[in-house]
Design a protein. Sequence first.
Length: 753
Amino acid sequence: MGKKRKSKNPGMIKPFEAMNVFRKSRKPLSVGELEKRLGLTKRHRKFVKNILKDLVREGQIIKIGSAYGVVEKMNMVTGKLQVQRSGAAFLLPDDKKRKDIYIHTKNLRDAWHGDRVTVAITGSHWGGKREEGRVVRVIERGKQVFPVRVIRPMGGTALLCHPTDPRLDFGIVVEPDEAVQDVPLANEVAQDENGNEIFPAEPVEAEAAVDFNRVQRGDILLVAPGEQINHSLWEGRILKMLGEEDDVQVQEAIVKANHGIPTAFPGKVLAVADALPDEPGEEDFVEREDMRDIPFVTIDGATAKDFDDAVFVEKISGGYRLRVAIADVSHYVAMESPLDREALKRGNSYYFPKSVEPMFPEALSNGLCSLNPNVNRLAMTATIEFDKAGEPVASSFAPAVIKSHARLTYDQVYKGVILGEKEEQEQFGDLLPMLRLSEELARKINKRRKGRGSLEFDLPEPGVIFDARGRTVDIQPRSRNFAHQVIEEFMIAANEAVAEFLTEKELGCLYRIHPGPDEEKLTNLFKVLRKIGISKQMPDPITPQSLQKVVKDSEGTDQEYIVNRLLLRSMKQAKYEPVNEGHFGLASECYCHFTSPIRRYADLVVHRLLKVALGDGHQAIPGQKQMGRIGSSISGTERTAMEAEREILKRLTIIFLKDKVGGEFTGVISSIAEFGFWVEFQEVMAEGMVRLSSLGDDYYTFWSDRQMIVGERTGHAFRLGQKITVRLESVSLELLEANLSLVSGAEDYKKYV
């Protein structure tokens, strides 16, 4: 009689071991076959099924009948689905080495924008330049809840709704009498049937049972989708009544839900934050430099509530000494703690015109870790010495305890220091000489930075202006002056100093990298510039200095707008990585983010690394691979924040323009496509589109090599940067569009031939 086979301890087997078994197999494996190859028995089936579930969720394997196969061996790819407003869809593969895969609308099955899916490759598209595929399976929903707009009643008590995100092109049928009974209470987290967190719930009052007889067309509801009725219709369950569509706070709630931005902290995270002291005690000052007598100041916007950086400048023999103190968040937030895990999930704080979704609970972000004036605060400090020309010559770093001596605003510093207004200067008292010295040093640092080729594009950022009732009354360029630049220069200097120090220590660093521009886009840019007579040749080599010269040569000319716009569009997006590739835009060889750990997770990682480099043996830090995963995650949340910021601005702009339909605006053509061109208004920071279908005097063609649209008969031309007059014909919150018609401003294309 043979010996009974002894099974392995399943707890010792990891998912990657099971994945190795799948990769070595020449065919898909059933649950039983995997058990045998792992050396397990049937009594371990639950454990094996959990491993399989994890691998399916990760998109590494897919179930085929009763067996499981490796996705990559079956000509399949996993990734995130991106649906454009036009309806075109693309898979952004998990494998960053693969190009995006085109998916026709008919091949989307039940997948939505933002879903993580598995796609089967079916052929090629666009002359073989891009693979084409079809969705095989939805691995994970990108949206578990989303806001919808009420369209109309459907008979009985049902309401027909449509998602507010134009990329979700289907209907939702909801029954009002099912509402609110399952809505989570304050600080609870909603879960799906498998116990997975689906969204951080906002506080819901007991009287939240809305009278849905009063719900009107256009009102916004928060719903959880249910079963699919047909290809374009789903059931849904109402979670919350958000309110009227034109309300700014409702629009912010829409954008937060559309982008999956957390709006409340889990109870256990709040409990940890609430258990922290209101201020540091003497025991926290051990082994810290006492810098409370140094008159640090914070300089921020007038409405800022979290202050994570304070500065002080003094004259020394041979130059200047800059001290930058940054809130020591890592002292209170241990790696892998509930606060840390939640902060990593958020990645950064999210800023909206009327609200903020912070990375940490307010007890930390606005309290214990905020460098408020006249209170003791723990900080990590960077001390940098500069020569008389503003060149850094030495730097040192230390944990410290500081006390901010004043909370100043950019406008105060601008008026008192830059403009020299006596009334403001009197408010500064003994701080005035230090503030003047700060301006002096900042100008020298700025000059040196520009000298090495740092790129700066003169493109104003829009700011929304509200009246006392919270209604949008104007959208104008955000105020920016050299007081902003003072802080910016000091923060860049500190970030570089820390990155260089960590690199020298060979400890590792989460770098802020900015790759060089996209070569294809840059080549096309200079083709356009040559065609319109701005630049003769593309610089060789492409360096920050050579591109800076192109920008500088266009300053004050009619071509300045087009050069800034097209050059900016050729730039790649900055990101976080543990491998240093330099920062092209800043012309910096070594750069990281150190100065905002309250609102950016990357900075918190860098603080931990810096502490270990300074000899802190108690501080846990991530390994190289883990830093890579962190970098990828927070680069993604940063993109989410940027997309959300753009969307809320577009939504508030459309609401602002509603009562201006029929009015005329002067503007500049900011972008051109085959079907029309966008126009930025000069009277207000808003834009709309002139469609070619609205130009009835001719047949128009897009000349991509010159970024022009030209009429075949009339020769009327429209080019980037051209000034024209338009009429606002209509606006649509559903489509996020402002439609324009041309009043005047067409030019003769012969001017550009």
